[in-house]
Write a protein that binds this ligand. Structure first.
Ligand SMILES: C[S@@+](CC[C@H](N)C(=O)[O-])C[C@H]1O[C@@H](n2cnc3c(N)ncnc32)[C@H](O)[C@@H]1O
Length: 311
């Protein structure tokens, strides 16, 4: 396994063996992070194969700078949101790619060392922005969203059963003084969720706020469809997800695209019948081995799904 201080890549061998179909191909890594997957892709390609990698986080781009020297013009790392994936690929003069990888969620660096309040185990400023140039952050959401909206987010993005009570406790607390840190937020949640449910509730509420801050599910939905458009026939789309909301989106998308049920791009008045655009390579998601989970506990919830463009 390529261990890296910034982030240890998850399901690395499995991803590379299922994603790569051409040793001289062009691959898009939509979530560069510490570059573990990008490097493994480049190492498996011949010296004409290329990787174009994106990340919204400036700190990930700095990691990119460190490894660029080893690969020359075979590696492009650029700051971009993957919802703009088509624009970026075209900007760099490419029209199609041979594979696209999304490794969703946060990097270990973001969680443990970025000091941006992603973890409920650390007491940091409420931030949770992956892209530090965007305005909306966790502090804004926690201190200004209405009680109903907070409850809706906790329910929708955290599937938290105490959503309403936690939202109420947050509004009561912020009426006394603004909530500034993850530590303060944890104390508020602790008043509602106790005992064996506490850790799960903390994880769910933090996940929900992070999804809302970074518009994660919306970005994913938009970019999956664009990624399929970008693929050459025979090219593959690989997605590693870390929680059920992400995996549901990917699973549903793959199913629709492989049965031809996706109508979003079709003219409703058209006579044309929907055609299957993808063939499933993984019928069931691939999960990490026991050994990988032991070595890298953060991999435990990972699920890899891969599909190939046929249409
Ligand atoms: C799990 S990490 C990727 C780790 C990487 N595969 C590696 O091996 O180091 C996810 C990365 O995706 C980035 N990210 C999240 N949402 C993004 C988006 N909408 N556009 C581009 N990058 C995004 C995060 O900043 C983070 O660095």
């Amino acid at each position: 396994m390529v261990a890296c201080n910034y982030h240890t890549p998850v399901l690395l061998k499995e991803t590379i063996s299922l994603l790569l179909t051409s040793r001289s191909g062009i691959y898009l890594d939509a979530t560069f992070g510490g570059g573990g997957h990008s490097r493994a892709i480049l190492d498996a390609l011949d010296n004409t194969g290329k990787v174009i990698a994106l990340d919204v986080d400036e700190d990930a781009l700095k990691e990119g700078e460190k490894i660029k020297a080893s690969y020359g013009d075979r590696l492009i790392v650029t700051k971009a949101n993957y919802r703009e994936v088509k624009k970026i690929i075209h900007q760099y003069g490419f029209s199609k790619v041979d594979g696209v990888l999304f490794d969703l969620g946060v990097s270990s660096y973001q969680l443990s060392r970025s000091q941006r309040g992603f973890s409920f185990q650390l007491n940091e400023k409420l931030d949770m922005r992956m892209d530090q140039t965007q305005e909306k952050n966790a502090r804004y959401i926690v201190n200004t969203y209405s009680r109903n909206l907070l409850a809706e987010i906790f329910m929708k993005y955290g599937e938290e059963r105490n959503a309403g009570r936690i939202a109420k406790a947050i509004v009561e607390a912020r009426n006394r003084s603004p909530i500034e840190t993850t530590g303060e937020l944890v104390e508020i949640i602790k008043k509602v969720a106790r005992g064996k449910y506490l850790t799960k509730s903390l994880a769910r509420i933090f996940q929900a706020i992070r999804i809302e801050v970074n518009n994660e599910l919306e970005n994913l939905k938009l970019s999956l469809e664009d990624s399929v458009d970008l693929l050459n026939k025979g090219g593959r789309l690989a997605v590693i997800s870390y929680h059920s909301l992400e995996d549901r989106i990917v699973k549903q998308f793959f199913r629709n695209m492989s049965t031809g049920e996706t109508f979003s791009k079709m003219d409703v008045y058209s006579e044309a019948r929907p055609v299957a655009m993808l063939r499933l390579i993984t019928r069931k998601p691939i999960v990490p081995t026991k050994e990988e989970v032991k070595e890298n506990p953060r991999s435990r919830s990972a699920k890899l799904r891969v599909a190939e463009k046929v249409g």
